[in-house]
Design a protein around this ligand. Structure first.
Ligand code: SF4
Ligand code: SF4
Length: 92
């Protein structure tokens, strides 16, 4: 079982030093998690440390492919409200 970093990662470096398994590494075009090393932080922390510190919603997926920090979870802005605001911005 391992987490996965996807393309919305902005290479901020925040997750790499907090991983207890040294599973995260810089790569092109974005950071990656070595699935052989990731333990999902089991036995070390109550929650995955990379997901706790990552500032980008949706950049980390669990082993089922679900976003750990889904849209709205960090900003507190409901996704539909964000979509509406973005549509308004684009219309100007
Ligand atoms: S879930 Fe834990 S072990 Fe896996 S990459 Fe994230 S910080 Fe490292
Ligand atoms: S904390 Fe998130 S955005 Fe930053 S490098 Fe890690 S996965 Fe990418």
């Amino acid at each position: 079982m391992a987490l996965k970093i996807i393309e919305s990662c902005v290479n901020c470096f925040a997750c790499e030093p907090v991983c207890p398994s040294q599973a995260i590494f810089a790569a092109e075009p974005h950071f990656l998690i070595d699935p052989k090393k990731c333990t999902e932080c089991e036995g070390a922390h109550a929650v995955p440390q990379c997901a706790s510190i990552c500032p980008i919603e949706g950049a980390l997926l669990d082993s089922l492919g679900e976003a750990i920090n889904p849209p709205g979870s960090l900003t507190g802005i409901p996704p539909e409200k964000m979509a509406q605001a973005m549509a308004e911005l684009r219309s100007h």
